[in-house]
Design a protein around this ligand. Structure first.
Ligand SMILES: [Zn+2]
Length: 75
């Protein structure tokens, strides 16, 4: 239940952009960590010659014009 309370606080922080002063620092730290994860995942994809489909968000080869999963045209 404690974990669930934490998740609720963070979801609210993401939605409203604010949190109780005592919790704001923790929420900021989680956000920074999440941003870093996204950044590193992007880098990892780039290094492995892959990208994320613009339609279905699945991992695909970087050089394809159409997604093999959903058929979505890539940029
Ligand atoms: Zn797709």
């Amino acid at each position: 239940m404690y974990t669930q309370i934490g998740e609720k606080v963070y979801q609210n922080y993401e939605k409203e952009g604010k949190a109780n002063n005592d919790l704001l620092e923790f929420c900021d730290q989680i956000k920074q960590a999440n941003d870093k994860i996204v950044e590193l995942q992007d880098k990892l994809l780039e290094i492995s010659g892959k990208k994320v489909c613009v339609s279905c968000q699945k991992e695909i080869e970087a050089d394809v014009q159409f997604c093999p999963h959903c058929g979505g045209k890539q940029d």
